[in-house]
Design a protein around this ligand. Structure first.
Ligand SMILES: [Zn+2]
Ligand SMILES: [Zn+2]
Length: 560
C-alpha cells in the first residue's frame, strides 16, 4: 500500500455490522487516521461538500460495488450481497509454523496413506527437495493407520538417500525413515517419535536461517490477514520466535500491514538448551524480563502478557490425560507438568495470563481444580483461559463457569480433527458424544481459534462447523458428530471469533467497531447472517483493513 492511500479518509456504505452481541448494524462508517470516526446513516455522515458533489450524487444511486475518491476521501460502496464486519481474531494459532508448512510438501489433503506416499515419491522424483539436506512433509493423519500399521520400510523405499521426516497433522509426532536413526543415533519403533522424543530429532533438523524463519513468519501472518484475521494470540512463543516477532514488528516496511499480535510465552520450553530441572523462580524471572522487553519497545501492535502451559499431550499419541484408560492400553495418558496451582498463582501475581493446553478430561479437571484451589488469589484483571477444549467433564464445566474462566475452541474440529480421526478406536463411545461442549459453556468468555497449521486458518470454515456440526457444505443426510444440542448460532460464532477472542487475548477493543476505536474490519462477499449455514464456508474475504490500512485485497474482479 503506498503512502498516498494511507492518508485518505475512508467512508464505507452498505451492510455494516459493528457488533454481534448485541447485533448492531449501520449503513455507513467513516474512518479518519486509522480510527472509526462515525457510525450511522449515510446522509448524516457525508459532509456538506460531499453531498453537493455531483459525481458522488450520481454514484449514490448506482447499484453494485463501486469506489470513488473525492477530496482526500475514498468512498467504498458495497453491493447488495456484501457486508463489512469487525476483523477476525484468532485466539490460538501458530503463524510461523504455518508459514513453514506453506513452503513445504503438505500431505494433509489426502484421504489415505497410499495417496500421500505417492505424492511424497513424486515430489522427490521431480527434484523438489534436491537443494535441501532433509526431505520434509507435513500432515499425516493417525486416522490413516486405523487398520494399517505405520511401517518404516515404506519410508525407506520412498526415500532411501536422505533423512525423511513427516510431521503428523497435530504437530505432536514425527515419522522418520532410518536415515534419521543414523543422524540422531536414536531409534524409535516404526520410526515414530512423539512429544518429548521429538526433541532428539529436532536438535538435528537443519536450521532455517534467521532470514528464512522471518520470511516464514511474515508469510504466515499474510496468510492470516488474507482470511480476515486482524489480531491473534501466538500460542507457543519460544526464544527464537520471540526474536523474530520483535524484528518483524519493528520493521517499518511491514508495520502497517501486520495484524495485532499477542505472544503467549511457552512455559514448558522457555530455555532451548535445558528444559528439565530449571528452577521455577528462574522461569518467572525470564518471563518477566521478556514481557518487560516488549513493553519497553512500546510497539503499536506487538504485545506480550501471556504464558502458555502444556499440561498434557494429545489423543493421537495417547498422551492426552484421560479419566479412563485408552482402549487396549494399560495407561490413561501423561501429565506433562507439576505444581500447576503455584505456576498459575505466580503468573497472576505478576499480572500475567495463564493460557493452558489441556486436551484430556483428567488434565482439564486438574487445571480447573487448580484454579478453584487458588480462586481467591487470582488476579481480577487477568483473563485465564483453556485452549482448544475437547473433553470436558460435567464437573469441569461447572467449575469453568463458576470461576469465570475463558474457553477457546478450535471449532473446525467439531467435525474434523486429528483426535476425531481416531475416535472411537481409542476411547469408549460415550466420549465421542460429549466432545466440544461449547454451548454448555455459553456463560464463560468464549473465543474461537484455528490452531493453524493443525487445521485451516480460515475462520469461515470453523464458523460453519460450529453452527452445523457437519462436514463443510453438508445439508442432507446429516452425519452429526457429538451432541447436536451443542450447535451455536451464526451470530454467536461471529461474536466468538471477534469480540470473544479479543477478550481472551486481553485486547477487548479490537473485536468490535466503535466510534473512536480501531478501524479493523473486513469486507466479505456475502452476508453470512442471511445465508444457509452450509454456505458459510464459501465466504470470501475481499478486503482486510487494519487501522484503516487495506492490508489485504482480493482480485478486484471478484468484488463485482
Ligand atoms: Zn495445544
Ligand atoms: Zn496449538
Amino acid at each position: 500500500m503506498d503512502n498516498h492511500n494511507q492518508q485518505l479518509d475512508i467512508i464505507v456504505i452498505g451492510t455494516i455490522y459493528v457488533s454481534f452481541e448485541p447485533l448492531v448494524q449501520v449503513e455507513c462508517m467513516s474512518i479518519k487516521a486509522g480510527k472509526v470516526s462515525r457510525l450511522g446513516q449515510t446522509a448524516q455522515i457525508l459532509s456538506q461538500g460531499q453531498m453537493q458533489n455531483e459525481l458522488l450524487q450520481e454514484h449514490l444511486n448506482k447499484p453494485g460495488y463501486w469506489e470513488l475518491e473525492i477530496d482526500q476521501t475514498k468512498i467504498i460502496k458495497l453491493n447488495e450481497l456484501q457486508m463489512a464486519m469487525p476483523g477476525m481474531i484468532d485466539s490460538h494459532v501458530h503463524p510461523q509454523s504455518g508459514g513453514i508448512q506453506l513452503s513445504r510438501l503438505t500431505i494433509q489433503k489426502y484421504c489415505s496413506w497410499e495417496d500421500a506416499k505417492n505424492a511424497i515419491r513424486n515430489s522427490i522424483v521431480k527434484g523438489e527437495h534436491d537443494k535441501n539436506e532433509w526431505v520434509f512433509a507435513y500432515g499425516y493423519s493417525q486416522g490413516w493407520f486405523k487398520e494399517l500399521k505405520q511401517n518404516i520400510q515404506e519410508l525407506d523405499d520412498v526415500c532411501p538417500e536422505k533423512p525423511l521426516i513427516i510431521m503428523r497433522d497435530d504437530c505432536h509426532a514425527y515419522w522418520c525413515n532410518s536415515k534419521i536413526f543414523e543422524v540422531t543415533q536414536t531409534r524409535q519403533e516404526d520410526g515414530i517419535y512423539i512429544e518429548e522424543q521429538m526433541n532428539a530429532v529436532r536438535k538435528y533438523i537443519p536450521k532455517l536461517s534467521e532470514i528464512e524463519q522471518q520470511d516464514c513468519l511474515l508469510k504466515g501472518l499474510q496468510h492470516l490477514v488474507k482470511y480476515g484475521v486482524v489480531a491473534f494470540q501466538d500460542a507457543a512463543v519460544k526464544e527464537r520466535l520471540f526474536q523474530n516477532y520483535k524484528k518483524l514488528y519493528q520493521n517499518q516496511n511491514y508495520g502497517n500491514q501486520l495484524p495485532y499480535c499477542c505472544m503467549s510465552l511457552c512455559w514448558n520450553d522457555l530455555f532451548l538448551e535445558q528444559t528439565q530441572n530449571v528452577d521455577e523462580e528462574v522461569r518467572f524471572e525470564t518471563v518477566e524480563n521478556q514481557i518487560k522487553e516488549i513493553r519497553d519497545l512500546n510497539l503499536e501492535k506487538l504485545y506480550c502478557h501471556s504464558v502458555k502451559i502444556f499440561v498434557d499431550g494429545v489423543l493421537e499419541s495417547k498422551t492426552a490425560l484421560m479419566n479412563v484408560k485408552y482402549c487396549q492400553c494399560s495407561h490413561n495418558g501423561q501429565l506433562m507438568i507439576q505444581n500447576i496451582p503455584q505456576i498459575i498463582e505466580g503468573l497472576n501475581d505478576r499480572g500475567i495470563q495463564a493460557h493452558i493446553h489441556s486436551i484430556g478430561d483428567r488434565a482439564t479437571d486438574i487445571v480447573v481444580e487448580a484454579f478453584e484451589r487458588i480462586q481467591h488469589k487470582l488476579n481480577k484483571n487477568v483473563i485465564n483461559y483453556l485452549a482448544h477444549l475437547e473433553f470436558v467433564s460435567p464437573k469441569a464445566i461447572e467449575l469453568l463457569k463458576k470461576l469465570n474462566l475463558g474457553a477457546n475452541f478450535s471449532a473446525l474440529w467439531f467435525y474434523e480433527s486429528p483426535s476425531l480421526s481416531l475416535m472411537p478406536t481409542c476411547l469408549p463411545q460415550h466420549y465421542m458424544e460429549g466432545m466440544y461442549p461449547i454451548r454448555d459453556l455459553e456463560q464463560c468468555i468464549i473465543g474461537l481459534g484455528s490452531d493453524w497449521p493443525v487445521s485451516s486458518a480460515n475462520p469461515f470454515d470453523a464458523i460453519e462447523v460450529a453452527v452445523t456440526r457437519q462436514p463443510l457444505g453438508h445439508t442432507q443426510n446429516p452425519i452429526p458428530i457429538g451432541d447436536l444440542k451443542q450447535r451455536i448460532t451464526i451470530q454467536q460464532a461471529l461474536h466468538y471469533y471477534t469480540e470473544g477472542s479479543a477478550k481472551l487475548i486481553q485486547k477487548p477493543g479490537l473485536g468490535l467497531l466503535t466510534e473512536g476505536g480501531h478501524a479493523n474490519f473486513i469486507i466479505i462477499n456475502q452476508n453470512v447472517l442471511k445465508i444457509k449455514p452450509s454456505e458459510i464456508h464459501q465466504t470470501k474475504v475481499l478486503s482486510t483493513f487494519i487501522d484503516g490500512v487495506e492490508a489485504y485485497q482480493s482480485q478486484k474482479l471478484e468484488q463485482i
